[in-house]
Design a protein around this ligand. Sequence first.
Ligand code: HGY
Ligand code: MN
Ligand code: MN
Length: 417
Amino acid sequence: MAQSPTRAADRVDETRLWQRHMAMARLGARADGGVNRQALSDEDIAARRQLIGWAAARGFTCAVDPIGNLFVRRAGRERDLPPVLTGSHLDSQPSGGKFDGTYGVLAGLEVLEALEDARVTTRRPIEAVAWTNEEGSRFQPGAMGSAAFVGRVQLVALRDTVDRAGIRLGDALDATLAATPGLARRALGFPVAAYIESHIEQGPLLEADGKVIGAVTGIQGSRWFAVEVTGEEAHAGTTPLKIRKDALKAAMAMVAALEALMADATDVVRFTVGRFDVSPNSPNTVPGRVFFTIDFRHPDPAVLQRLGDQVPALCAAHARGCAVSVTPTFDAPPTHFTQGIVASISAAAARLGLPHRDIFSGAFHDAKFLAEVAPTGMIFVPCARGISHNPAESAKASDLAAGARVLAEVLAELAEQ
Ligand code: HGY
Ligand code: MN
Ligand code: MN
């Protein structure tokens, strides 16, 4: 009897998917169980090499573009059609977890393997992609690879960005590309039929609701600023306060004023000062320089504009005789995903008997930029207590596999269109 055509979703292998997460987690492993695999680092290179190795073992071809976006391709029946893309990122926060970003890349690879195992062909090629520098921790801004892919930022302007050790992004990128030789090289950006990204929710809603799948409807807006306060180093014992240009005291006043500006009794505004560098950082020298970052987010573009536009003047108003520069480093308006794609994700979850709900993303993702050039959607799965950007980040193997099954259904459908 002819074997009934299996669905790729039926061939998603929970153990293979989980073991690959554990293998990736060893690349940049922290002693506390988390991951430190920052963009374009040796650890990132190791992760890229691991992905390339798994892809090659299955006969998938790999390609890379000038900003290091890494593509794993499964051919379609009509090879020249624009591919359906899926993926996320392999870079992590300095004290990140095993699943943020990695899940989306490995779920994409898992679906390519499941399609092979099910002997399912697709009209269009399907590619799993690892976007460069989604986190924006080492080099600002975030989602750099996907933003460059859609032409939102120019690579040439990014190459001179430096990390805290003074290493240029261009040099780290060249070293990364040189460390993965032999890959087909692509131009930056090409036509994409559709893009689906799988990701842990990084929040508590799915777990609290007892849902396994989130059909993501959109992403809130983000505005980042880099603030540099320049005062005058002076002796802590001999310098009267009234003649000091104390960069730390000024920066503290700025942050206090920003906190008052961003105060929101409904707790919708997200305001974070994540980096605060003081120099010379000596107990008995008045700080001459402070660098700090602002990460401000909101779902309403009017609020993003109204509050965000006040940031530079508010910092200047609390300069206390210091020089202040406020540089916008990221400005991404809210994103709303394609209705049809969101519906396909919900329908696939329903077909597979998985409890699901619509959900809006508080975190940004590469899908934010892909949505500018192609029908785009995201699949969320729960993570324990919503914890992320934290070594304690964790997820269940069964939930990861469930998300990959929904991904398989949706990709197979899109790749036949
Ligand atoms: O910051 C973000 O929202 C993303 O997790 N990098
Ligand atoms: Mn992420
Ligand atoms: Mn992240």
